[in-house]
Design a protein around this ligand. Structure first.
Ligand SMILES: O=P(O)(O)OC[C@@H](O)[C@@H](O)c1c[nH]c2ccccc12
Length: 257
């Protein structure tokens, strides 16, 4: 069983334990402000940063003790982030819907619910907790799930970040004509990181698509490498949460320092 498979198994178990009746989640969704237009926020004519609230990772364990995720997100916003990503997977990433709620309350930029989305209910839940963007991991979904979930997210007013790691996944993803594609330099089946994926895959993505370079970005030269490949956005977690000073770390990445 790959790492991805075992993460998804845990996600399904946790979901079964917290699932609310549909009427309840619908009610909560109706009481939530409509989603922000993430495409607009992520299309600025500069490197758009999606800054991540990430407590732990399966490869490195605890990254930082984040006592106030909302305060961290606020710092990201202050430093010029285009969006904030909040991990909600509990077992491997230490995240929660409470983290998502806290961040949503505090920032005015779009919020990405970062989780392993494998069940329709999670989309209702994401919206009910104020998410503007959801992650769809091509490696974790069948072709029909990818399409159905993309359509569902769109219906709920949310943008989808379609994540790929191989040329084959990218090809499959193009069929749904996504507006945002992320190239993850980390292979979720083995957790190995190889930034060659940026140079290999990002140039194959049409230029009217928002192109996000994901994972392993820690220095200004990492950002320049992704930019050269054609990335219009970067998704950064570890290096920001570990920096101790997320504002200057972000400014350093985007070359404002
Ligand atoms: O912490 P990093 O190396 O900067 O990576 C951030 C982000 O790309 C990573 O958290 C991520 C990308 N795709 C995912 C899918 C699930 C969980 C996590 C992820």
């Amino acid at each position: 069983m790959s790492v991805l498979d075992s993460i998804i198994e845990g996600v399904r178990e946790d979901l079964a334990a917290r699932r609310l009746p549909l009427v309840q989640i619908h009610k909560r969704m109706e009481q939530t402000a409509p989603a922000l237009d993430a495409h607009e926020f992520l299309s600025r004519d500069e490197m758009n940063v999606i800054a991540e609230v990430k407590r732990s990772s399966p490869s490195k364990g605890v990254l930082a003790s984040i006592t106030d995720p909302a305060a961290l997100a606020e710092q990201y916003q202050e430093a010029g982030a285009a969006a904030v990503s909040v991990l909600t997977e509990r077992r491997r990433f230490g995240g929660s819907l409470e983290d998502l709620d806290a961040v949503r309350k505090r920032v005015s930029i779009p919020v990405l619910r970062k989780d392993f989305m494998v069940d329709e209910y999670q989309f209702l839940e994401a919206r009910a907790h104020g998410a503007d963007i959801v992650l769809l991991i091509v490696a974790a979904l069948s072709k029909s799930q990818l399409r159905d979930f993309y359509d569902l997210a769109t219906e709920l007013g949310m943008a989808s970040l379609i994540e790929v790691h191989t040329a084959q996944e990218l090809e499959g993803a193009m069929d749904i004509e996504p507006r945002i594609i992320g190239v993850n330099s980390r292979n979720l089946k083995t957790l190995d990181v190889d930034s060659a994926a940026f140079a290999d895959l990002i140039p194959r993505i049409p230029s009217d698509v928002i192109r996000v370079a994901e994972s392993g970005i820690a220095t200004r030269s990492d950002v320049e490498f992704a930019q050269k490949a054609g990335a219009t956005a970067i998704l950064v977690g570890e290096s920001l949460v570990k920096s101790g000073d997320p504002i200057s770390a972000m400014q350093e990445l985007i070359g404002r320092r």
